[in-house]
Ligand binder design. Sequence first.
Ligand SMILES: O=C(O)[C@H]1O[C@H](OP(=O)(O)OP(=O)(O)OC[C@H]2O[C@@H](n3ccc(=O)[nH]c3=O)[C@H](O)[C@@H]2O)[C@H](O)[C@@H](O)[C@H]1O
Length: 435
Amino acid sequence: MMMRVIEDELFPSTPGKVKIERTHAASRQFHRCFASTSTLFLWALLLIALTASYLSFQSFVDTSSRYFTASWGGLHWERQIRASAAVRRDDGIAVLVTGAAGFVGTHVSLALRRRGDGVVGIDNFNAYYDPSLKKARKALLAGHGVFVVDGDINDARLLEKLFDTVPFTHVMHLAAQAGVRYAIENPASYIHSNVAGLVTLLEACKSADPQPAIVWASSSSVYGLNDKVPFSESDRTDRPASLYAATKKAGEEITHIYNHIYGLSITGLRFFTVYGPWGRPDMAYFSFTRNILQGKPITVYRGRDGTDLARDFTYIDDIVKGCVAALDTAEASTGIGKQKRRPAQYRIYNLGNTSPVTVPALVRILERYLKVKARKNMVEMPGNGDVPFTHANISLARAELGYKPTTNLETGLKKFVKWYLSYYGYSRRAGGKHQ
Ligand SMILES: O=C(O)[C@H]1O[C@H](OP(=O)(O)OP(=O)(O)OC[C@H]2O[C@@H](n3ccc(=O)[nH]c3=O)[C@H](O)[C@@H]2O)[C@H](O)[C@@H](O)[C@H]1O
């Protein structure tokens, strides 16, 4: 049936009518064609108009959602920032603490606030470990008048806004992707925080007016595979054993560049396995405590030759004193308008305890305080970033910062266990709350 219709149109049955028919057909086709072209044109116009309005709507939505959903910005936010940054003592300093809801960040922020310095925190509250612990630290800081901005150091606009709002004299840079072994699982997170984030922060600092002096957390891990002990600042640091260590070493080089070109005052602190109350759940002393209390086994690494691993465990209060002394002795940055006027201070210090303790000895101390025997699996140290031992030479920090650690591992772990039992509710009810 369909075939017939098409044939009739192409080959008309009455020969005399062919020309007229053809003329009519051509005219019909022309009209049809013109009609379909103009329809097409109209549709195209409509489509263009729709696309254009969609795109401008999208950009409106993006802008307004940034405005409405951003966790920073606005008059109320600025008031909170200024109140938190207010200095309440003569010659006090105004410090931006990055990673303020982290372990060391919380303690340093509290110490500064207690003596009357202005402190504003910034933290991205990532889920590397239980964010509820970070929120609890934030609440603790809020109770002392320290406001922590929920934001990332990779957010250049946020940093610019913070420096526009407050003329910070110092930055205590503690935000980082921590953990030596996690780099195997998530290498990108180390580059994001410890390299890209650091550069974004330094860019903001170099452009700030006034330029702040920067004190930041490097790590004992930069000594890597060195076997000369104790580790001194002048020792080689070109054989890292983990990506974490490599990014901290990179940080030392990167900060040097900003010191050299822009006159930023830089102090890098090489922390040695810091522990204590409000600590990091990913660290051995913390996760061992959790497992021992829950009756779960713990894995204790040993060296390839069967030797025990050892760390120069350093108590948080000693580290805080070192950080505060570094801030107090930091000279001002020397740049203005992104130009260095004269050479600026560049320093690196070990902050350790100077008395390494083996991991099995750490477990024995915990067993004693927890009154529970640990179920230990002794396994050979996997080749995923660990080093066999760390041991700090702190002569330089002692001479120039007056740094003098006073808490041994026994005393420090006692304080940690007391905090742990209270925080997780073990002192109130048997078994404790889940983590
Ligand atoms: O000084 C630093 O620069 C670093 O210190 C810290 O690293 P580390 O010294 O490796 O601490 P931590 O994980 O507590 O392991 C302690 C010991 O327990 C052993 N260890 C660990 C876990 C386990 O399950 N079993 C075990 O035996 C393990 O082999 C090791 O011998 C920080 O985490 C890091 O962010 C960085 O700041």
